[in-house]
Design a binder for this molecule. Structure first.
Ligand SMILES: [Zn+2]
Length: 487
């Protein structure tokens, strides 16, 4: 193993805030990482809303569920040699949001929920590692399955008091000069005088959602904004389980990113899987797992690159926070899991909602109409009926829940306290269905929001050793800055 030294010194007990050159920074609790490692190709993978329950559910899903043969199917990144743990609380809450946590991961200081790239005063901008490295001549890529002006990708190039100012964030994206943006589209691109796509084109970007053009991108393409030809909710890429076999995947956008960014000085690529989080909010384990597996495939692309550039590449994989309070284990299933039945769910809650909307548009949508769709897309059948798997027969309690969901959907009864607990603002029908099939499989959910669960950090390659241990999320950025001599 390559010789490596790491000196960790506890210098101060409390976070100290300093302002250097007008930029906001927080001094590290543990500082002076020293390492002879100097990666010049750095991949930062962020699974939004991804902590241990999400990664392990993906491993159980493709593992063996038979008693006596129980086995996980390990992901690529869970086999990385270095694992750490980061704490995710922000200045507002122990259940933080993506704006503040991504700011901590990109820039190394704490801020409030909803704030991107600014300090706790909501006014003073910081400097992100992507900006630091860009100034040093590295090429920068920002890739996400959700819109590129959404909180997590924005935290690498934008400085703004509210994550909801999508148009202004889009303008800052165009101003960043970063070489590669890819994945989802731009949210609210037309909310200003000029479309964000036009602004990008004016700044010299090739803006394209043409599959062939995207697949032919290379080192001569110049600055690029490449987004998926097929979009789903809010302009994001479709859930992996809803995507057609020939659609562009997250792994394709990472591969093209390498082709566009590769150069002798170095590149930094942030890749977010944003809909692990969205599926977590909606309590849809199958959509959640599908995107986690697609995320892992994208990480595999980076690992293959690292194998060709072994002393120059660092891959860090983490989440920004956990979403949904997901657990493997549920009150009604005790010590049992039956993840195999999840394979009967054929699409995400979003796709199912759109299918229900289509059915409603065709005329009266009866309970029996709904149950026919429930069987087709979830495999679940009414008590007493026969299913492809006995475990998919609804019991009376589950059936009554589905009857209530149908009635509440029809009458719009979704605002009461009980209904807010049952549906969390989602479609009563689809969220009840995902709850039922998840619970039958042995998966529980306790929230429709983010939780305070710490998040693992997986690292591979040059300088990976620095990521061992348990630390604050700000340390992720500070470690990367020190390894790349960014500041
Ligand atoms: Zn979220």
């Amino acid at each position: 193993m390559r010789k490596f030294t790491s000196i960790l010194m506890v210098l101060v007990l409390a976070m100290a805030t300093v302002f250097a050159n007008g930029a906001y920074q927080t001094e590290s609790v543990i500082t002076d990482y020293t390492s002879d490692a100097s990666p010049k190709y750095v991949f930062m993978f962020i699974g939004d809303g991804m902590s241990s329950p999400q990664t392990n559910s993906a491993q159980v899903f493709n593992g063996i569920n038979e008693p006596g043969l129980i086995e996980l199917d390990e992901l690529t990144f869970t086999q990385f040699p270095v694992v750490g743990l980061q704490y995710t609380q922000d200045s507002t809450s122990f259940c933080p949001d993506s704006a503040s946590t991504a700011t901590s991961l990109s820039s190394g200081y704490k801020t409030h929920s909803g704030v991107i790239g600014m300090g706790v005063d909501r006014m003073t901008p910081g400097v992100t590692i992507a900006e630091m490295l860009h100034d040093k001549g590295w090429k920068i890529g920002i890739v996400s399955t959700v819109t590129i002006n959404h909180a997590t990708p924005a935290a690498y190039y934008a400085h703004i008091a509210s994550r909801n100012d999508y148009y202004d964030i889009g303008l800052q994206m165009a101003d960043s000069g970063f070489e590669y943006f890819a994945g989802g589209s731009v949210n609210k691109a037309n909310d200003g005088d000029k479309s964000i796509y036009e602004v990008l084109a004016d700044k010299g970007y090739l803006v394209t959602n043409d599959r062939d053009t995207i697949l032919s991108l290379n080192g001569e393409s110049g600055k690029v904004y490449a987004y998926s030809p097929v979009l789903q909710d809010d302009g994001a890429m479709p859930y992996a389980i809803d995507a057609s076999a020939d659609s562009l995947k997250l792994k394709d956008f990472v591969k093209k990113g390498i082709d566009v960014l590769y150069n002798e000085t170095g590149f930094f690529m942030m890749v977010e899987s944003g809909k692990i989080d969205w599926a977590g909010h909606a309590n849809d384990a199958v959509a959640n797992i599908g995107d986690t597996l697609a995320f892992d495939e994208a990480i595999e692309v980076a690992v293959n690159f690292a194998k060709q550039h072994p002393t120059e590449t660092l891959i860090v994989v983490t989440g920004d926070h956990e979403t949904g309070g997901m657990t493997i284990g549920y009150a009604a299933t005790g010590y049992n899991t039956a993840f195999d039945i999840l394979k009967n769910q054929k699409c995400s809650y979003v796709k199912f909602d759109s299918l229900v909307a289509e059915a409603k548009a065709d005329g009266e949508f009866t309970f029996d109409d709904m149950m026919a769709m429930v069987e087709e897309y979830f495999g679940l059948v009414a008590p007493g009926e026969s299913a492809v798997d006995e475990a998919l027969v609804l019991n009376d309690y589950e059936y009554a829940k589905l009857q209530k969901a149908y009635e509440d959907d029809k009458s719009g009864n979704v605002d009461g306290y009980e209904e807010s607990l049952l549906y969390g603002g989602y479609s009563p029908i689809s969220v009840t269905l995902t709850h039922i099939i998840n619970n039958k499989a042995g998966i529980g959910w306790t929230s429709y929001a983010h939780t305070g669960l710490p998040v693992p950090v997986y690292a591979f390659g040059e300088g990976a050793e620095l990521f061992v241990g348990a630390y604050d999320n700000t340390e992720v950025a500070l470690k990367l800055m020190d390894l790349t001599n960014a500041r």
